[in-house]
Design a protein around this ligand. Structure first.
Ligand code: SME
Length: 168
């Protein structure tokens, strides 16, 4: 079994490089998509400091449905266009929310959450779901986190069999 040794205190550019490399190592040779998303969320939780939730919502039918994650139990179903997740999914664009209380329609799953980033998961232009990361402090995610997490999703996309997870 691969052992990830990511130093969470290193500069963000290196941290996210290590994270993408560890993701490749963790997923290497494993075809099961649930196992791979579960390990991807565990890797994020291990590497990122000052977060309280990280994981996936997968597009299933018309809704985003809770997938593998790390953190407190969360709301299961989010309609497209609702909350931070549904808005990022509908726009097909990353959303960085420095203050969740100032985001109209924010869905509070863990009351500790103060800021949030949601990265859409697109495979050949087709929406498969989102990556959601929450933090217990305002303004946790900067432009380096944004590009690092977008890179994480880009690394993840070709390594997961999305078609067997989501409704076509
Ligand atoms: N806050 C999200 C809901 C998911 S939880 O944060 C895990 C939203 O507004 O879409």
């Amino acid at each position: 079994m691969f052992e990830a040794s990511i130093d969470p205190t290193q500069p963000k550019a290196e941290l996210y490089k290590d994270l993408a490399a560890s993701l490749c190592a963790v997923l290497d040779g494993e075809p099961d998509p649930i196992a791979n998303l579960a390990n991807a969320s565990a890797l994020l939780a291990q590497a990122l400091t000052r977060i309280n939730w990280c994981g996936f919502y997968l597009l299933r039918g018309p809704d985003l449905v809770l997938g593998p994650f790390q953190g407190k139990p969360a709301c299961v179903r989010i309609a497209m266009g609702r909350g931070v997740c549904g808005t990022a999914a509908a726009r097909g664009q990353t959303l960085v929310v420095p203050d969740v209380n100032a985001f109209p329609g924010h869905i509070a799953c863990d009351e500790a959450s103060r800021s949030e980033i949601v990265v859409p998961i697109l495979e050949d232009g087709r929406l498969r779901g989102v990556l959601d990361v929450d933090a217990p402090e305002p303004d946790r995610f900067d432009t380096e986190d944004r590009s690092g997490l977008e890179d994480f999703v880009r690394t993840l996309v070709p390594r997961v069999r999305w078609s067997s997870l989501v409704n076509a």
